[in-house]
Write a protein that binds this ligand. Structure first.
Ligand code: HEM
Ligand code: HEM
Ligand SMILES: [Fe+2]
Length: 465
C-alpha cells in the first residue's frame, strides 16, 4: 500500500461483497417465487423480496464506489486521505442505516415502516429503487456529503489528475441527482419524469463517469501504459456519455404522458448511447494489448476487460434492443426490460466494483501486488461462473420476454398477463438454475480471498514477466 489511509477502503469492500451475497440470495428467492407462487409466503412476499434485492444492489454498489474512491484518490493525489477517521465513521453510519432499513423491510409491513419512520412528514417512499424510508434517504445524503468533502479536500490538496476530476464529477452528480428522490409531486407524470432523473441519469450518466475513472485507474496500474494516452480516451468517452445519455432519458418518457417530441429525442439520443460503451471496450483491449508489463494480478486484468465487454453487451446491445419508441411500444415493462436491467447492472457496475476489489484487496491485505496463483485460479473460476451465468440469465429472460410480448401484445388474439406467464415457466426454471451457478461463482470469488495465503508471494511462476 502506497498510502496508509487507503486502508479505509477495506471495510467498504468487505461490506459491499457481504451485501452482494444478500442480494443474490433474495434474487434466488424471487426467482423461485416466479415458479412456485407461494414460496415463503407470507413470511417474505415477492414485493418485499424485490425491494430487498434491488436496494441491496444499490447500496453495495455505493459501498463499492466509496471504497474505490478511498483507495484510488490518495494514489492519484499523491497524498494521504484528508480524514481517514471521517471515512470510518461514515462507513458505520452507512452500514447501520442500510442494515436497519433491510431489517425494517423484512420485519414489518411496508405501510407500517412508512408510518413509524414519519413518511407523512415528507413522503418519499413507494417508488421502485427509492423505497427506503425518508430518514434513510437523509442518512444517505449526510454520508454522501461527508464522503464528498473528504475526497474533495484530498484532491484539492494534492495532485489533480484527469481520473480524479472525472471521478469527483461523477460522484457529485450522483449526490445531486439523488436529491430528486426527495421530490415527490402529486402529478403522476411529473413524478415519473423526475424519478428517472435519479434512475436513468445515474446509470446512463454520472455513474458512467465513475465507471470510466475506475476502469482507467485499473488499466494504468495493470498495463503501465502512459497516463496521457489513457486520458485522451477518457475525454472522448466521457463526452460521448454526456452527449448521448442526458437527452437519452427521453426513452423513458414515451408512455408516461410527456409531450410527443420525446418519442424522437428519446429514440435518437438513446440510440447513440451504445457508442461510449463500445469505446470503453475498444479502449480496454487496446490498452491491454499495448501494455508495458505483465502485471501479476491477472484476475484484475480479466475483470477489467470482462467489465468493458459485458457493459457493452448489457447496456449497449440489450439497451438498444428496446430503446426505439416503435419497438418499446411493445416491449415496455416486459421480461426484456428485466433481461437488459440484469446484464447492464452486472456488466457495468457490479463488474467494475469486483474489478477494483480484485486489484486493491491483495494490496490492502499486505501482499505485494497480487494474490497467489492458486487464489487467482479460484477467483477466475468465480469470474467465469458469474459472467457465464449472467449471460444465461439474460438469455432466459430474453426468451421469456419475446414469447411474452408476442402472446400478450402482438398476436391477433392477445392473451392476459397471467395466462402468458404460465406458458413461459420453462424460461424461469432456466433462469433459476443459472442463478444458482451465479451464486456458486460468487462463493468462489469470496473464497479466493481466503485460500493460498502461504504461497502468497507476488511472484507467480511464469507470470512475473
Ligand atoms: C449500465 C448502464 C445501464 C443500466 C444499469 C441500465 C439499467 C436499466 C434498468 C434496471 C431498467 C429498468 C428500469 C425500470 O424499473 O423500469 C432499464 C430500462 C431501460 N433501459 Fe437501461 N440501463 C443501462 C443502459 C441503457 C442504455 C445504454 C440503453 C439504450 C441504448 C438503455 C435502454 C433502456 C430502455 C429503453 C429502458 C426502458 C425499458 C422499458 O420501457 O421497459 N439502457 N435500464
Ligand atoms: C443470480 C441470481 C439472480 C436472480 C435469480 C434474480 C432475480 C430477479 C427477479 C426475479 C427480479 C424481479 C423481476 C420482476 O420484477 O419481475 C429481479 C430484479 C432485478 N434484479 Fe435480479 N436476480 C439475480 C441477480 C441479479 C444481479 C447479479 C443483478 C445486478 C448486478 C440484479 C439486478 C436486478 C435489477 C436491477 C432488478 C430490477 C429489474 C427491473 O426493474 O427491470 N439481479 N431479479
Ligand atoms: Fe435509461
Amino acid at each position: 500500500m502506497q498510502y496508509q489511509s487507503q486502508a479505509v477502503a477495506k471495510p467498504y469492500f468487505i461490506a459491499a461483497i457481504g451485501l452482494f451475497l444478500g442480494q443474490i440470495i433474495f434474487g434466488l428467492i424471487m426467482g423461485l417465487q416466479y415458479i412456485v407462487g407461494d414460496f415463503l409466503f407470507p413470511a417474505i412476499p415477492f414485493n418485499v423480496a424485490r425491494m430487498v434485492h434491488t436496494n441491496l444492489l444499490i447500496v453495495w454498489l455505493l459501498f463499492g464506489f466509496m471504497g474505490a474512491s478511498y483507495f484510488l484518490v490518495p494514489e492519484e493525489s499523491e497524498r494521504e486521505l484528508y480524514s481517514p477517521k471521517l471515512a470510518l465513521v461514515l462507513f458505520w453510519i452507512f452500514l447501520v442505516a442500510g442494515v436497519l432499513t433491510i431489517v425494517g423491510y423484512l420485519a414489518v409491513p411496508y405501510a407500517t415502516l412508512a408510518e413509524i419512520t414519519g413518511n407523512d412528514l415528507l413522503p418519499t417512499m413507494g417508488r421502485e429503487f427509492l423505497e427506503m424510508p425518508t430518514i434513510t434517504k437523509v442518512g444517505i445524503v449526510i454520508v454522501c456529503l461527508g464522503f464528498l468533502f473528504n475526497i474533495g479536500m484530498t484532491i484539492l490538496m494534492g495532485r489533480k489528475t484527469v481520473i480524479s476530476m472525472i471521478l469527483i464529477l461523477g460522484l457529485v452528480g450522483l449526490a445531486v441527482f439523488f436529491l430528486f428522490s426527495f421530490y415527490n409531486p402529486h402529478n403522476l407524470v411529473l413524478d415519473k419524469l423526475f424519478w428517472w432523473w435519479v434512475v436513468h441519469l445515474w446509470v446512463e450518466g454520472v455513474w458512467e463517469l465513475i465507471l470510466g475513472a475506475i476502469l482507467a485507474f485499473i488499466l494504468i496500474k495493470v498495463t503501465g501504459v502512459d497516463r496521457e494516452v489513457i486520458e485522451k480516451w477518457l475525454y472522448v468517452v466521457i463526452a460521448m456519455v454526456l452527449i448521448s445519455g442526458l437527452l437519452g432519458t427521453g426513452h423513458h418518457y414515451y408512455w408516461i404522458g410527456a409531450p410527443e417530441y420525446w418519442q424522437w429525442i428519446g429514440s435518437v439520443f438513446s440510440a447513440l448511447e451504445p457508442v461510449p460503451f463500445f469505446m470503453m471496450t475498444v479502449f480496454a483491449f487496446t490498452m491491454v494489448n499495448r501494455r508495458r508489463r505483465q502485471h501479476p494480478n491477472r484476475a484484475a486484468t480479466l475483470w477489467a476487460l470482462g467489465c468493458s465487454v459485458m457493459a457493452f453487451l448489457g447496456a449497449g446491445v440489450w439497451g438498444f434492443l428496446h430503446t426505439l419508441s416503435p419497438v418499446n411500444y411493445y416491449t415496455h415493462g416486459s421480461q426484456l426490460t428485466a433481461a437488459h436491467g440484469h446484464m447492464a447492472f452486472y456488466g457495468a457496475y457490479a463488474m467494475i466494483v469486483l474489478a477494483i476489489i480484485s486489484y486493491a484487496m491483495p494490496i490492502l491485505n499486505g501482499r505485494k501486488e497480487a494474490n497467489s496463483h492458486r487464489s487467482q485460479v479460484i477467483e477466475m473460476w468465480g469470474f467465469w461462473l458469474m459472467t457465464v451465468s449472467m449471460v444465461l440469465i439474460t438469455l432466459a429472460l430474453t426468451g421469456a420476454g419475446i414469447v411474452q410480448v408476442w402472446l400478450q401484445r402482438y398476436s391477433e388474439s392477445p392473451q392476459s398477463f397471467m395466462v402468458v406467464q404460465d406458458q413461459v415457466t420453462l424460461f424461469y426454471w432456466f433462469r433459476e438454475a443459472a442463478g444458482v451457478s451465479f451464486l456458486i461463482g460468487l462463493l468462489c470469488y469470496i473464497a479466493s480471498f481466503f485460500v493460498g495465503k502461504n504461497d502468497a508471494e507476488a511472484t507467480v511462476p511464469g507470470l512475473a514477466d
